[in-house]
Ligand binder design. Structure first.
Ligand code: SF4
Ligand code: SF4
Length: 283
């Protein structure tokens, strides 16, 4: 079972929920893994302190031009919908950071003037934490396209057992790639107008992808009733409400897991997992 933790906006407590859920499940069941798919800013390691065993470079193919063969016909430039190729003066230029590695320019060049080389875009770290599996993707600084890294990350995690996927915040392409294929999405939010607006977008995304979802309201006592009214009106299911507890904030700022000092939080997460299992059909 793959359970993704997502949020329409950053700062809702998504990683706190995901890392603590992973740590709780690692005590309770076999074959649990944590997958940090927030590849532009992975920070699950701060709380899980993993033993790292392996680092894999993730590479994608990008075009290389043989300028002696190129006649500057412009076919490849006209075809590339990502503006990764351009003719400037007497030279065909490539912009590898914009290339989506579709390979079309290689195929269509009438002069066979385009080949490919591999370009590193990020890394995947494998290891263990809480005596269970830990995987984390990290996009290289300055890279714009995280979906290829996310696809590789998802392809190397086992189908067996339970994967806790810590998705990026927001609702853009990286989030779609991270949650696609999940059995359930936990939408972590806070009861503020901004929180509700972004929750709505994230919920719509799960609906579009046809993935069941449930809402966790973090710092639930700090907002107003309008938030809850909107959640109910939109037909979302609130699975857990976590009132503000100073201890949770202290653990976060200390880079510690809350469950180590907050048995109440552990119990809440176990109940949340049980609810998810019932929805997915593993209960
Ligand atoms: S399609 Fe081939 S020949 Fe034409 S501009 Fe591109 S690389 Fe040059
Ligand atoms: S591989 Fe695809 S995206 Fe990359 S430059 Fe060629 S046509 Fe454009």
């Amino acid at each position: 079972m793959r359970i993704a933790f997502a949020s329409g906006k950053g700062g809702t407590g998504k990683t706190t929920l995901a890392t603590n859920m992973f740590a709780v499940l690692a005590r309770e069941i076999d074959h649990v893994i944590y997958v940090d798919a927030d590849v532009e800013e992975p920070n699950g390691h701060i709380f899980l302190n993993p033993d790292k065993t392996d680092v894999i470079d993730v590479k994608v193919p990008v075009p290389v031009i043989n300028h002696e063969k190129c006649t500057l016909c412009g076919d490849c430039v006209n075809y590339c919908q990502f503006n990764a190729l351009a003719i400037l003066g007497e030279k065909l230029l490539t912009f590898p950071a914009l290339c989506h590695s579709c390979g079309a320019c290689v195929e269509l060049c009438p002069e066979k003037a385009i080949s490919e080389k591999q370009r590193a875009i990020g890394k995947i770290t494998k290891g263990s934490s809480c005596q269970a599996g830990y995987y984390s993707g990290c996009l290289n600084v300055g890279e714009a396209l995280s979906p290829p890294l996310l696809r590789t990350l998802k392809s190397i995690i086992s189908q067996r057992g339970t994967a806790i996927i810590d998705a990026p915040p927001g609702t853009s392409c990286p989030v779609v790639e991270a949650i696609q294929g999940s059995d359930f999405v936990v939408l972590v939010t806070e009861p503020t107008p901004f929180g509700m607006h972004d929750l709505q977008l994230a919920y719509n995304l799960t609906q579009d992808l046809n993935i069941p979802s449930g809402v966790v309201i973090n710092r639930s006592d700090l907002g107003d009733e309008l938030a809850r009214e909107m959640i109910e009106k939109e037909g979302m299911t609130v699975m857990l409400e976590i009132p503000f507890r100073r201890r949770i904030a202290e653990c976060y700022s200390d880079g510690k897991l809350n469950i180590e000092s907050d048995p109440e939080f552990s119990n809440e997460l176990v109940k949340l997992y049980d609810q998810i299992c019932q929805v997915v059909g593993n209960g």
